[in-house]
Design a protein around this ligand. Structure first.
Ligand SMILES: [Zn+2]
Length: 288
């Protein structure tokens, strides 16, 4: 496990969707959905292994659009929240991909669901048996881009209600009767989950005086909600022919915006450092 000094946070306000996308650097148009132009941000050589980050699938969890954007700007050297040497290193080694604000109508209306009243995070279905199956333009876009880039990891970013902190959903990851075709994978996820995420995040965030001592982040391994983005990500194979890893995190939105952004940036950096070690050494634990 690692312990790093949390990144600085920043203050921000919720812009309208088009104003938000106007602030994205290195952006690339992907599609128009319900009248809104959706963009990605990319950093690094696309021949390198892709780390895929998706923001805003739940429209009312708007904060993650902003710390994901700033994480990419830090990778580009366009913003400095600390640990700039690590960002520069990680930007060299991977192809970073941010699908920015995948639910523009939910974002605009401040609703979890999209304008068709569909929870997009229940509209993926890699196993063709639960819930809905890519019925919406947003999930189709997310799916197609994921399949195109074949990431080594997919990260789906959320916030959650105040007081949700400390809940650990990772224990639900191994319901083998639900997920027979990926059941052989989760042993390695277990190691990564506990070492990288639980322990590193606890160690790193607890040392910041601004945060309460309990954990303020819920971390979820890929396999535990039917028809979710994380389950779909976990069902895929990477360009390196490895199982695509998949994580979701939920940040308690009872924090100040400054702390939410600090936690979000720190989480993404920890995952990036972990992936660096895994990619270069195929080591399931972090030792630095
Ligand atoms: Zn959510």
């Amino acid at each position: 496990m690692i312990k790093i000094t949390p990144l600085k946070g920043f203050e921000y306000e919720k812009l309208d969707y088009n104003s938000y996308t106007a602030t994205l650097k290195n952006k690339k148009y992907q599609s128009t959905v319900h009248g809104y132009d959706i963009y990605s941000q990319e950093v690094g050589d696309s021949k390198r292994p892709t780390i895929f980050i998706q923001s805003g699938i739940h429209g009312d969890e708007w904060q993650n659009l902003y710390f994901c954007r700033e994480f990419f700007h830090a990778l580009m050297g366009e913003a400095d929240y600390g640990h700039s040497e690590k960002f520069a290193r990680l930007a060299e080694k991977f192809h970073w991909y941010h699908l920015a604000g995948i639910n523009p109508t939910g974002y605009t209306n401040h609703t979890r669901n999209n304008i068709n009243n569909v929870d997009l995070n229940r509209d993926y279905d890699p196993w063709l048996g639960f819930g809905q199956h890519f019925t919406q333009a947003e999930t189709q876009l997310s799916r197609d881009l994921y399949i195109q880039h074949k990431p080594i990891i997919g990260i789906d970013c959320h916030t959650w209600d105040p007081g949700a902190s400390g809940v650990d959903l990772g224990g639900y990851a191994h319901v083998d009767s639900y997920y027979p075709n990926i059941y052989k994978k989760p042993r390695q996820y277990d190691v990564m989950y506990w070492d990288m995420l639980q322990d590193s995040v606890r160690l790193s965030l607890k040392q910041n005086d601004g945060f309460p001592p309990e954990m303020q982040v819920i971390l979820v391994v890929g396999q535990n909600v039917n028809s979710s983005a994380r389950a779909f990500f976990a069902s895929q194979t990477s360009s390196a022919n490895t199982p695509s890893m998949s994580y979701t995190f939920e940040i308690d939105d009872g924090h100040t915006l400054y702390n939410i952004s600090s936690i979000g940036l720190t989480l993404l950096l920890i995952i990036g450092l972990y992936m660096e070690n895994w990619w270069e050494n195929r080591t399931l634990k972090l030792t630095q």
